[in-house]
Ligand binder design. Structure first.
Ligand SMILES: NC(=O)c1ccc[n+]([C@@H]2O[C@H](COP(=O)([O-])OP(=O)(O)OC[C@H]3O[C@@H](n4cnc5c(N)ncnc54)[C@H](OP(=O)(O)O)[C@@H]3O)[C@@H](O)[C@H]2O)c1
Length: 285
């Protein structure tokens, strides 16, 4: 199972965003697959625990086969919810809960199995043996193909990986959020043969003032490469030597297609450094 070079994030497909109909979702799945975007990112909590089921209905209504796509989902975040007995936002990672959430996601998504199952955020109370027990059971039943984490530090990854194999870490990285690059996290992942996925891969580029250095730089490079700002943000990540998989959040089929196109762009060396310098606010030493 390989993931596509661009992963379609589904966080705002439903109640947390565009409230797409079953027909709309089916069309987006079909168009993305036509454009080579075969991987879709979910979490149990999206849409207040409703978006996976919306997507499942869309998948059934589409002409796409389950085996033509890869589905990623996450568990571990508990949102305040009277039905769940949750008085506050918290994390939960006991084995029974992890297994039950994975089964629930698979049922909601109507997808038989998850290609990748991630722990959404690290918990100070997580216990590696409980997690390993859950992941081993889910794998043995064929309910998940691969396991990973999200927003984990290298120390947290090392704590877990003595008990369970971790293949992915989904982290925040973009041309406006360089922390994972600056603190060597990406090198640490590479050393551990863990592939990064990038959430919010466009960063804050659409929120920058027009006189911000990065905005000016993006605008100049847009003309030079005939790419929009979102594509340049993807090309910026793509040039890093870590095989980062951007998880894009757009609900627009055309913007998704353009993001996929951007994975073919190789920014010139000094153009990459222009973006880097503009983001950091100062030249390299
Ligand atoms: N693991 C985690 O903790 C975590 C956290 C957050 C998100 N995620 C995952 O990552 C995915 C992406 O996150 P994100 O939504 O923050 O990512 P993003 O791709 O950086 O941002 C997407 C937003 O930018 C807008 N946009 C895209 N292209 C645009 C353009 N050319 N002009 C103007 N606006 C544009 C989109 O609106 P339109 O829909 O209108 O295009 C959307 O609101 C989520 O869907 C989710 O799957 C994971």
């Amino acid at each position: 199972m390989g993931l596509s070079k661009i992963i379609q994030g589904c966080m705002t497909y439903g109640e947390w965003g565009k409230q797409l109909t079953t027909h709309d979702i089916a069309k987006r799945i079909e168009s993305n697959v036509e454009n080579g975007i075969t991987s879709f990112d979910h979490a149990d909590i999206y849409g207040g625990y409703t978006t996976e089921a919306d997507f499942g209905k869309g998948l059934q209504a589409s002409h796409i086969q389950r085996s033509d796509i890869q589905i990623i989902s996450k568990c571990g975040l508990q949102l305040p919810s009277p039905e769940r007995g949750n008085q506050l936002k918290h994390y939960q990672y006991d084995a029974d809960y992890i297994v039950a959430q994975a089964r629930q996601s698979i049922s909601n998504l109507q997808c038989d199995y998850l290609d990748v199952f991630l722990l959404h955020r690290p918990s100070p109370l997580m216990q590696k043996d409980e997690i390993a027990k859950a992941i081993s059971l889910l794998k043995s039943e064929g309910l998940i193909k691969a396991f990973g984490v999200s927003n984990f530090s290298l120390a947290q990854i090392d704590y877990l990986s003595s008990s369970v194999e971790i293949l992915y870490n989904q982290i925040q990285i973009s041309c406006t959020h360089l922390e994972a690059l600056e603190n060597d996290h990406l090198y640490g992942l590479s050393q551990r043969q863990i592939q990064p996925m990038a959430w919010q891969p466009l960063g804050e580029v659409f929120k920058l003032d027009s006189d911000h250095n990065l905005k000016i730089c993006l605008s100049e490079l847009s003309s030079k490469y005939n790419l929009n700002e979102a594509q340049l943000a993807i090309a910026f990540l793509n040039k890093l030597p870590f095989d980062i998989l951007p998880v894009i959040g757009t609900t627009s089929v055309e913007r998704s297609r353009l993001s996929m196109e951007a994975t073919q762009v190789d920014l010139e060396l000094q153009d990459w450094f222009r973006l880097y310098e503009a983001s950091r606010g100062h030249e390299v030493a």
